[in-house]
Design a protein around this ligand. Structure first.
Ligand code: RB5
Length: 148
């Protein structure tokens, strides 16, 4: 899969670990930064990666900030983005299976390297389930349409 990864200044070290892990798993990784020593306000990176996913530049996104919260909240402001902030693999799997998330987010101050790798493995190893889950996911789009 083609995956965009991005972080704010809290996340470059973990971003590099996850980026290498995803490449080892055979994914094509596009690094949107930032690098160590650079700074960016997390909402701008969330928007940047969200926009790129919606534009079809990649299939999925991975976002990292201090907590994973701010950057996922920002990404979720982009219509078409379903960003899930998680701190363990079960939620990561369910974010795909139930919620159809197209971005997974986590916090560099919350999860360690090994747990973060397990989170992305669970996320990218899962596929969205049908039936009631599909019907519920469709409501995301309906809510966006009601709030234009
Ligand atoms: C930046 O210091 C920090 O606020 C940010 O990385 C993130 O945790 C926000 O949600």
């Amino acid at each position: 899969m083609k995956i965009i990864i991005g972080c704010d200044h809290a996340g470059p070290a973990l971003k590099d670990v996850i980026s290498a892990h995803l490449s080892e798993m055979g994914h094509e990784v596009i690094d949107f930064g930032v690098s160590e020593g650079e700074k960016i306000d997390y909402p701008l990176m969330g928007e940047r990666v969200g926009d790129a996913i919606v534009a079809g530049e990649a299939d999925f996104g991975v976002l990292i900030c201090g907590t994973g919260l701010g950057i996922s909240i920002a990404a979720n402001k982009v219509p078409g983005i379903i960003a899930a902030c998680v701190s363990e693999p079960t939620s990561a799997r369910l974010a795909r299976e139930h919620n159809g998330a197209n971005i997974i987010a986590f916090g560099a101050r919350i999860v360690g390297e090994e747990l973060a790798c397990d989170i992305v493995d669970a996320f990218f190893g899962a596929t969205p389930l049908g039936d009631r889950h599909e019907r519920r996911r469709a409501i995301f789009g309906e809510i966006e349409a009601r709030h234009k």
